[in-house]
Write a protein that binds this ligand. Structure first.
Ligand code: 5AD
Ligand code: SF4
Length: 478
């Protein structure tokens, strides 16, 4: 198959932070592509973080503006896109598996256009492998090429060649895109993109470009518009939201944005993800004082050992992390704190791992995503010596999960017999007689009801049972 390589990624180039001014680009669909999707359907598989989910909403919006409609059956559609994640090897292995299945699908439906986007194409190894071993993939584009999508699809149709466009740049900010939001009561709102932290294990600063903030007016207007459309909750998104606004100067930062968004009338504000070093007093004060900012925080710690934190380039110590937790609990006593933890970082000793367990006991996180360290080619940690066996890493993960789950359940138990406010999402997956939603503290709550008019509303529920992963409750009549 002929290949059109418009541009190829380079992790080394992606490392470069040239200090260029951020470009703000307003999206506009070229008339030429208006009807390209007429009578055609599309389907997107989304993997990875909320950033990818938000990107898929934009990609869906763009495709629908081109005339495509969403397919119910992925493989009976005209365009299938895989929006991929590169954060750990097992995330990538999943994608290679799905691609393996798509080979047969393409044989049966040769007109199906298959595209790969998201973080994986930003890695040159992955894109080379896509080019060499998956000839049936028609389109490969990166995280900085979403606004080119109509042109790329057009070229793929026109030339019947494999079209590859992955630039490794510091990135830009795309405003004014159409969006197909998946929910009509809660919404993702990107406030910044990229990451400049360069934690030594992490591929994200290479795949997502430099830290760059949206203009506050654009964010505030987006939230006001959501309020007008009846949305109840926004989750502010960024790789490191606490760095919001720093690219503009020291005057207007994340805490100021929270205060301004609180005035828009949105009922609930959440945000993710935070970096402990950048979480400042102004933000904690804003969380305490703004009614709409929910009493819940995801604050990834990664390790409870200072030497490992140093090798990870996290730029804080365990003591500094604990100080922030103390301050959060002082000002927001009801807060639920969750975290991310990596075990088996190169050469992690048993003693260093114990320090992580000690930290879990001290903070009593009400939930944690726990991972075994995964080597990412191109990052500094990939070159570090690692003498910890996979077996030991797995065993550490199990020991950690046992403690994490214990406090997860305790976090649910502290609401027993209390009345909480739940934003109702819909029918529970495992029991059609229940509805479910999330409380202010981001606890998943199920309660008996078949009243679909409650979906998208905030209701009072008394918690009657606490499990590890969820709470059961009963609706409290007004
Ligand atoms: N290996 C394991 N976990 C990782 N994370 C990021 N990079 C890696 C890696 N190479 C985890 C971190 C981060 C979360 C999103 O994924 O804990 O906070
Ligand atoms: Fe990765 Fe660290 Fe940036 Fe998070 S803060 S995206 S872990 S480099």
């Amino acid at each position: 198959m002929r290949k059109i390589k418009l541009s190829m990624p380079s992790l080394v180039a992606a490392r470069n932070r040239k200090g260029e001014e951020t470009r703000y680009v307003t999206y506009k669909l070229d008339n030429k592509y208006n009807n390209l999707g007429k009578d055609k359907t599309y389907y997107i598989f989304t993997y990875g973080c909320q950033g990818n989910e938000a990107d898929s909403e934009v990609i869906s919006g763009i495709l629908e503006q081109m005339g495509y409609t969403r397919a119910i059956e992925p493989y009976a559609s005209d365009v299938v896109l895989l929006n991929t994640c590169a954060i750990r090897e097992n995330a990538e292995n999943r994608i290679w598996g799905v691609l393996g299945n798509l080979k047969g699908v393409k044989r049966q439906n040769p007109d199906l256009l298959i595209g790969i986007c998201g973080c994986m194409p930003q890695e040159e190894n992955a894109t080379n492998k896509l080019l060499e071993s998956y000839p049936f993939v028609d389109l490969v584009f990166g995280t900085h090429n979403i606004c080119e999508l109509p042109k790329l699809i057009y070229q793929a149709y026109l030339t019947k060649a494999k079209v590859v466009e992955v630039i490794s740049s510091q990135g830009y900010i795309l405003e004014g895109t159409p969006k197909h939001r998946e929910s009509s009561h809660k919404a993702w709102v990107n406030i910044m993109y990229g990451c400049d932290e360069f934690c030594t294990y992490c591929i994200v600063p290479y795949t997502r470009g430099k830290e760059r903030s949206r203009h506050k007016e654009d964010i505030i207007n987006e939230v006001k518009d959501l309020v007008a459309k009846g949305y109840k909750e926004v989750t502010l998104l960024g790789q490191n939201v606490n760095a919001y606004g720093k690219d503009f100067g020291p005057d207007y930062t994340f805490g100021d944005l929270l205060v301004d968004l609180d005035k828009t009338g949105i009922e609930r504000i959440r945000y993710t993800t935070s970096h402990p070093r950048d979480l400042d007093e102004k933000t904690i004060q804003a969380m305490a004082n703004c009614k709409s900012v929910m009493p819940q925080l995801h604050l990834p710690v990664q390790s409870g050992d200072n030497e490992i934190l140093r090798k990870m380039n996290r730029k804080y110590t365990v003591e500094e992390y604990l100080e922030k937790i103390k301050r959060l609990k002082e000002l927001i006593p009801n807060i639920s704190i969750t975290t991310d933890i990596i075990v088996g970082f190169p050469n992690e000793t048993e003693e260093q791992f114990q320090h992580t367990l000690d930290l879990v006991e001290k903070v009593q996180f009400e939930g944690a995503f726990t991972f075994i360290y995964s080597k990412r080619e191109g990052t500094p940690a990939a070159k570090m010596e690692d003498n910890v066996s996979e077996e030991v890493k797995k065993e550490r993960l199990e020991r950690l999960n046992e403690r994490v789950d214990y406090y997860y359940k305790k976090g649910n138990e502290r609401f027993l017999d209390k009345v909480v406010l739940v934003l109702v999402d819909g029918v529970s997956k495992n029991n059609k007689e229940n509805l479910c939603g999330y409380s202010e503290n981001l606890k998943l709550v199920h309660f008996k009801s078949s009243d679909m008019s409650l979906v998208g509303k905030i209701v009072k529920v008394r918690i009657t049972e606490a499990k590890t992963w969820f709470q059961m409750g009963e609706l409290v009549s007004e």
